[in-house]
Design a protein around this ligand. Structure first.
Ligand SMILES: Cc1cc2nc3c(=O)[nH]c(=O)nc-3n(C[C@H](O)[C@H](O)[C@H](O)COP(=O)(O)OP(=O)(O)OC[C@H]3O[C@@H](n4cnc5c(N)ncnc54)[C@H](O)[C@@H]3O)c2cc1C
Length: 316
């Protein structure tokens, strides 16, 4: 197993954090072998929503960049007319009935009426997936175009934008548990809500199936470009982690944050963005300083509005 040392302050979206010992497995078997060693590990995607500690981490950082395939398939009733072949990515037999107990008795109904399926490895970047879907005239994941994460990260966070969230069109998610066993979790058995899903801690998201509609390519592309333009005008894209806090019920985090004083919002090397008050802008602060800044914003908002903001960014 070849570990590569990577400096998080050079590649994480916030440009902060210390050295990481990164390993990129090529396939499920390699990952399974590693998981069975019981060595401590954390799976990360594009690092667009994490604050990485400044000190070197003990855990091995697993990144699934080499598991990055997209498979387009038409639904059974259309397979005869389909000229897109469905490929299955792994020789490992997956027991689709093997649902963990904690998932039982949960009842989010599936609304998979749509006819077209795309199966995507967790290491695929969301923008690349959105572009490939557009090329195939598959509609439903346009909102991924402007989210700078991977499919694994989006499924873990239930990422969303422009009124849609990741689980809106998920059929199933394939995961590896802490013993190396692979499970397929059907969407109706996954409890998901705004920016979270109950994928158990430490399990690795490997792949997911999405059910999509067919639409005109140009319409799909033009929605994606509109989303991009909207972002460009309203949100910073560099050295940030997107929304720092989740929106509380009945109001927006940015409104509460914006009500604070300038000195609360601007520290020496870090500030809340003037374009969007819930987006951090890091200008060279360490992860420790970023964490202190986030805590301070949380406290100031609480003092002023008696609302406790919940961090959306994952603090490792
Ligand atoms: C400019 C900008 C704009 C953004 N806009 C949005 C937005 O509109 N909507 C939104 O929801 N988010 C947004 N984000 C936040 C972020 O892009 C999303 O949360 C994204 O889904 C995170 O994916 P990632 O691959 O970067 O995950 P990471 O940041 O690498 O990890 C996030 C969490 O997911 C876990 N994880 C990642 N991959 C796996 C895996 N394969 N298996 C198990 N766990 C895994 C990690 O352990 C970690 O806990 C934005 C971020 C930026 C920088």
């Amino acid at each position: 197993m070849k570990l590569v040392q990577i400096n998080a302050s050079k590649i994480s979206r916030l440009r902060s954090g210390g050295m990481l010992n990164v390993w990129m497995p090529k396939n499920y078997e390699e990952l399974q072998k590693f998981v069975k060693t019981k060595r401590k590990y954390i799976v990360l995607g594009a690092m667009s929503n994490v604050i990485i500690p400044d000190d070197e981490m003990n855990a091995v950082i697993i990144r699934l960049n080499k598991m990055n395939k997209i498979y387009f398939e038409q639904d059974q009733e259309n397979t005869k007319t389909s000229n897109v072949n469905f490929l299955y990515s792994t020789p490992i037999k997956v027991n689709i009935n093997n649902e963990p107990k904690y998932h039982q008795n949960q009842s989010i109904q599936s609304n998979t009426n749509n006819k077209y399926r795309v199966i995507v490895d967790a290491g695929v970047y969301l923008k690349a997936l959105a572009i490939e879907c557009a090329k195939h005239s598959y509609s439903g994941l346009e909102f991924f175009y402007t989210i700078p994460g991977t499919v694994g990260g989006a499924l873990f966070m239930n990422a969303g934008a422009h009124g849609k969230c990741t689980y809106d069109c998920v059929e199933w998610v394939k995961v590896m548990d802490l013993t190396g066993e692979i499970h397929t979790l059907w969407r109706k058995n996954i409890q998901y809500e705004y920016r979270s899903a109950n994928i158990p801690s430490g399990w690795t998201i490997l792949q997911a199936s999405f059910f999509l509609d067919l639409a005109d390519k140009n319409t799909i592309m033009s929605s994606m470009l509109q989303f991009q333009e909207y972002r460009r005008k309203t949100q910073p894209t560099d050295f940030t982690c997107g929304s720092t806090f989740k929106n509380p019920a009945n109001t927006s985090a940015w409104k509460l944050i914006k009500s604070l004083s300038n000195s609360d919002l601007n520290w020496n090397l870090i500030s809340m963005s003037s374009l969007h008050a819930n987006f951090l802008h890091n200008k060279g602060a360490s992860s420790n300083t970023i964490k202190k800044f986030i805590l301070s914003i949380q406290q100031k908002v609480f003092q002023k509005h008696k609302i406790l903001l919940d961090a959306e960014v994952v603090i490792l």
